[in-house]
Ligand binder design. Structure first.
Ligand SMILES: [Zn+2]
Ligand SMILES: [Zn+2]
Length: 271
């Protein structure tokens, strides 16, 4: 049992770390810069830890930038407020994501303006059906060898779909349940105290307020563990955290400390 639990949590937290650290905070938001060598190491690690459910960084980055601009409106790729259940939202997200992976769907130019990490050869190999199956077989073998009873096999689908499952939890809960520190004009929430299991990703309300801030926590009782790992990597020189420019300053306006007024969001059906 110890082997299975260790394997499950190692897979969960390692794939989640690269999901938030590389796919979200680098590919989507460019919160730090790094050398090409380190970028490749992070890229490879994202593939290896996500394995059968690997998400192509270029497609993820574009889709996530859309999510910020269109948060909780009809053009949001994954707002929980337009779907009856989480499965319907996942399928919709998958279709948009696939159209970007295959380049059949062209994103709006504003979503490709900023740098997007690309490694086509690795993506072709990693995204191949056979590669994903090999990972699935390896996960199953761990269970065949070490699971104390077949009941444990029920955890296998989570291994197979790790990346999308973690994404769906964040997108569903983080825009539906919890409290808000800011009025962002959407339904983003901070779903505490569960954020620790999602390595900071559940501070959606804080994150939507300042999309380029590498620290997702604001209050004394909030903790974003990924940010602290990034700070350490910054100190030792692996990455360079970007200096934050408040949006108002960048736009030439004085900084307004008050929460911004609620903008008009489409009013979808509430469930
Ligand atoms: Zn969000
Ligand atoms: Zn984001």
């Amino acid at each position: 049992m110890a082997v299975i639990l260790t394997f499950f949590f190692a897979h969960w937290f390692l794939s989640l770390f690269f999901h938030t650290f590389f796919l979200h905070r680098f590919a989507s938001h460019q919160m730090y810069t790094t050398s090409k060598g380190w970028e490749r190491i992070f890229y490879l690690s994202t593939w290896f830890t996500q394995g059968s459910s690997y998400l192509v960084p270029r497609a993820y980055g574009v889709m996530h930038r859309m999510h910020h601009v269109y948060s909780d409106t009809e053009k949001d790729p994954h707002s929980p407020h337009f779907f009856k259940d989480v499965w319907g939202m996942m399928m919709h997200t998958r279709n948009i994501y696939n159209s970007f992976v295959t380049r059949k769907g062209m994103p709006e130019a504003q979503f490709t303006k900023e740098y997007l990490p690309e490694w086509d050869r690795l993506d072709r190999f990693a995204d191949h059906f056979a590669t994903r199956i090999v990972f699935g077989v390896m996960y199953t073998l761990v269970y065949v060898l070490f699971a104390p009873s077949p009941w444990w096999y029920l955890l296998l689908p989570i291994h197979f779909l790790m990346g999308p499952v973690q994404g769906a939890i964040v997108n569903w809960c983080g825009h539906k349940y919890g409290y808000a520190n800011y009025k962002n004009g959407d339904h983003s929430k901070n779903s505490e105290p569960w954020g620790i299991f999602l390595l900071g990703e559940l501070f959606q309300n804080n994150h939507h307020k300042q999309g380029d801030n590498p620290n997702f926590a604001r209050k004394w009782f909030e903790l974003d563990p990924t940010f602290h790992v990034m700070k350490l990597m910054n100190v030792v020189g692996i990455i360079k955290l970007k200096k934050m420019v408040p949006a108002a300053v960048a736009a030439g306006h004085p900084v307004d400390k008050k929460p911004i007024a609620e903008k008009q969001v489409a009013h979808p059906v509430e469930h």
